[in-house]
Design a protein around this ligand. Structure first.
Ligand code: BYC
Length: 474
């Protein structure tokens, strides 16, 4: 059980490490200032029906109740230690898992933790304004839950920086509160975290596609030989599942509502569909293309010596590393990656060690396919002949072998001119964004009511009725 009477709730016996406790208590007000400044707009006095972790045990960690978000009990929770755990891959395979940072890997480990940590506040910043246009109290509560948990994930990484990296860790922790999503002078580290999330369709796409990158990266870090990182990520993963649920069901409910309206009115022309105040399936496809492609970039270059180093040193594993049946060293293995030769996409084998980013991206794509298949079923069940498709892996990429090339969603290599001509058949245009945002000009706050462009969920949060007052505005 977690003791919530402490200033910083934790299950790491923080009270016994005065230096660390003081450092974190010093960071805490800076974090709160950041939250007041960059957290959800106008939300500080709302009572929100949130879930809070009360223990790290798998079956009993969630407690629901009304909380004012600035009073949310952000804290430090690690999965319990397994004394027998080893480094399970790379050149240190078989050694006991590290409880302290191995000196020779200090700087790369810090870099991984900082990159991970940086995404968490970034996503809160990206979503800052969305509460003002929520489609229901249910959805408003869900975005707030996602936001406070991203805040906690920042705490998770800041704990590691403070506890294991001394002064430069403390400096990095401060920088995590100083960078800003989309800022020209001091942006967030990774590309997708500087893109705006301007509306709720973008938010649901983000939580479906980009939070799932979070899941896969956390799974890879949960395999780390640096045990505190592994234990932290394992607990973070339990929170991540809800974020992807919000994204998948959010997009699914938008699709469902569109299909209902198309059927009712016997229409399929996008402009007629728009005239009824819902989002046409073509626009949903363009948003999908955008969020999928910018998220694929988050896995880094297809061939990466950084990724090989992370693995060989035992710092970052593969997805489900310990379940894989091979030598976990990969000095001999090969892995296929794509590249462009002339006007063709060709596949060639490269040393598997250098292709670990690509491999994780491929694991991710498999899971994405299933989710998109579930959206497709909503359309099929309505009897509408429309196919949602995942664009080719090389479409609209800015990192890796496809960067600088112009690939169509079907996977043809085009000239820049030919691609640009069709860009807004494939990606949302300013007009698409303007239309989607025109539907979301105000918020729906009556309990049990939903905006016209989205279907209600199947059930409420924590089995509450649909007309439950998930947020009280005071
Ligand atoms: N944007 O060797 P490469 C989440 C840089 S999401 C900008 O391929 P590497 C969440 C790279 O830094 C998960 N720059 O890179 C989701 C490098 O720079 P230098 C976040 C990029 O290191 C929703 C250069 O390009 N966690 O949790 O193999 C809501 C060469 O690249 C990008 C992590 O990412 C980019 N997209 O791979 C909230 C895990 N990609 O050295 C939260 C930690 C690459 O030339 N991060 N670059 O200056 C990592 O493991 C790795 O840093 C990456 C990149 C997989 C991201």
């Amino acid at each position: 059980m977690i003791d919530y009477t402490e200033k910083i709730p934790n299950n790491i016996d923080l009270g016994r490490d005065r230096v660390l406790q003081r450092a974190l208590e010093h960071w805490q007000p800076a974090y709160l200032n950041w939250w007041y400044d960059m957290g959800p707009t106008e939300s500080h006095s709302y009572d929100v029906y949130l879930r809070t972790a009360i223990s790290v045990e798998p079956d009993g960690w969630a407690q629901f109740g009304y909380v004012k978000m600035p009073e949310y009990r952000w804290g430090i929770f690690l999965q319990p230690r397994d004394e027998k755990r080893q480094v399970n891959f790379g050149i240190h395979k078989g050694q006991p898992a590290w409880q302290e940072v191995p000196g020779e890997y200090r700087s790369i480990l810090r870099r991984i933790i900082v990159t991970q940590g940086d995404t968490e506040p970034a996503s809160v910043e990206q979503q800052k304004m969305l509460g003002l246009s929520c489609p229901s109290l249910y959805d408003l509560r869900n975005i707030f839950q996602v936001n406070v948990e991203e805040g906690r994930h920042l705490w998770a990484m800041v704990y590691l920086l403070h506890r294991y990296f001394g002064r430069d860790g403390r400096e990095e922790a401060e920088s995590l509160l100083a960078r800003r999503s989309g800022d020209t002078d001091n942006p967030r580290i990774l590309g997708a975290f500087n893109e705006p999330t301007p509306d709720w369709l973008a938010f649901y796409m983000f939580t479906f596609f980009t939070d799932r990158d979070g899941k896969f990266q956390l799974c890879a870090l949960a395999e780390s030989g640096f045990d505190p990182l592994s234990r932290t990520c394992r607990f973070m993963l339990t929170e991540e599942a809800h974020h992807m649920f919000v994204g998948e069901t959010g997009v699914g409910r938008i699709i469902q509502r569109t299909c209902e309206v198309m059927k009712e009115n016997k229409i399929d022309d996008p402009s007629e569909v728009r005239a009824t105040g819902v989002i046409d399936l073509q626009t949903i496809q363009r948003y999908l293309n955008f969020h999928y492609s910018v998220t694929l970039d988050l896995y880094g270059s297809d061939v990466s010596s950084n990724a090989a180093n992370y693995f060989t040193s035992g710092l970052k594993g593969r997805f489900r590393e310990t379940k894989l049946e091979d030598d976990h060293v990969l000095t001999e293995a090969q892995y296929p990656v794509s590249e462009i030769v002339g006007d063709k996409i060709v596949t060639k084998d490269v040393p598997a060690l250098t292709a670990l980013n690509e491999r994780l991206r491929d694991d991710y794509i498999e899971e994405i396919k299933d989710g998109v298949g579930r959206w497709q079923r909503v359309i099929d069940n309505a009897g509408i002949p429309f196919k949602l498709t995942l664009p080719h892996k090389g479409f609209h990429r800015a990192i890796g072998n496809f960067a600088g090339h112009f690939i169509s969603p079907e996977g043809q290599v085009l000239s820049e001119e030919a691609w640009k001509k069709r860009e807004f058949e494939w990606l949302p245009s300013a007009k698409d964004y303007a239309y989607v945002q025109s539907l979301m000009s105000g918020r729906v706050t009556e309990p049990g009511k939903f905006a016209n462009w989205i279907a209600p969920p199947i059930r409420g949060i924590n089995n509450q009725p649909m007309n439950f007052e998930y947020v009280r505005f005071n």
